[in-house]
Ligand binder design. Structure first.
Ligand code: SAM
Length: 280
């Protein structure tokens, strides 16, 4: 696209409107259009800053016509500022398809950085931050969630998850099963807002805390989990194998796996599979 307008990808606050960066305000004011995930929600943000730029809805799952309309505007030399409900667009939010398609057509993409809950949580977690992996939202149903966590059990980088408040307890319990009760983690809730809470502890301690205090199951939540310490994992698995062998000598296989699961906090099924392998 020759002479096309710019597509600005603009981050907005994740709670505290004081975090709106001056450059974002300027871009939103001067753009021809603001493309927003939810125009009613973003309308309140723009009204707060007295920005009158017209809005146009955009969602990655919306039909092709919506994206086509935006690409046409860009092609005609108009500039579009993409925002999401909060934080950085594309990060567990819409925008990926639009940015990709616009780039393919030669539109200049201009990022305007600002808050992102994952990075905000990591910056305050006090867990290793030199390498980390952003996992977004885990599956809502328990079985796929456990499979996803099991696949991450040996990941040595710090892990960052977004979680819905009504699922945080179940997710922490699954983390105890899949990562071990002693894994260090941080629950970061309502960041930048009045009820901002950052709790550090082992996964088991976080389970207890969240179970005992319903307030910890409210609002917006990021979970940051320390990566696996492979030496500890191999010591734990040697200890687990020793425990299983002792139990298998005394009781049937299934019962041995069930008792070992209770002692270690591990998954009964995984221990049963391990017991079967040991037996053969
Ligand atoms: N694009 C956003 C960003 O840059 O962080 C994330 C959007 S995603 C749909 C919303 C999730 O982000 C929430 O469910 C929560 O996990 C996390 N989140 C957003 N704002 C937050 C806040 N103020 N405190 C804690 N977590 C937050």
């Amino acid at each position: 696209m020759n002479n096309s307008g710019n597509l600005y990808v603009v981050a907005t606050p994740i709670g505290n409107l004081g975090d709106m960066v001056p450059r974002a305000l300027q871009v939103l004011q001067q753009a021809d259009w603001v493309a927003a995930e939810d125009t009613r929600h973003s309308g309140r943000l723009l009204a707060h800053f007295a920005i009158e730029t017209p809005m146009i809805p955009y969602h990655d799952h919306s039909d092709e016509r919506q994206m086509g309309r935006l690409l046409e505007k860009l092609g005609a030399g108009q500039s579009v500022a993409l925002i999401s409900d909060a934080g950085t667009p594309l990060i567990s939010d819409p925008g990926y398809r639009l940015v990709r398609e616009a780039r393919r057509l030669g539109v200049t993409i201009v990022p305007v950085p600002g808050p992102c809950a994952a990075v905000v949580a990591l910056s305050a977690a006090g867990l290793p931050s030199d390498r980390f992996t952003f996992e977004g939202f885990l599956p809502a149903r328990q079985q796929p969630r456990r499979s996803a966590l099991e696949a991450l059990a040996k990941e040595s980088r710090t892990l960052i998850f977004y979680e819905a408040p009504h699922r945080v307890l179940a997710t922490l319990e699954d983390m105890a099963t899949c990562f071990g009760v002693g894994r260090e983690a941080v629950l970061a809730r309502e960041l930048t807002k009045t009820h901002e809470t950052i709790i550090h502890g082992t996964v088991a301690e976080l389970v207890e805390r969240v179970r005992a205090d319903a307030n910890q199951q409210r609002g917006e939540i990021v979970l940051v989990v320390r990566g696996a310490d492979l030496e500890t994992i191999s010591a734990d698995s040697a200890e687990q194998e020793r425990l299983l062998r002792i139990l298998m000598a005394e009781v049937p296989l299934k019962q041995a796996a069930a008792i070992a699961a209770k002692i270690t906090g591990g998954s009964k099924n995984a221990l049963y599979q391990q017991a079967l392998a040991l037996k053969s």
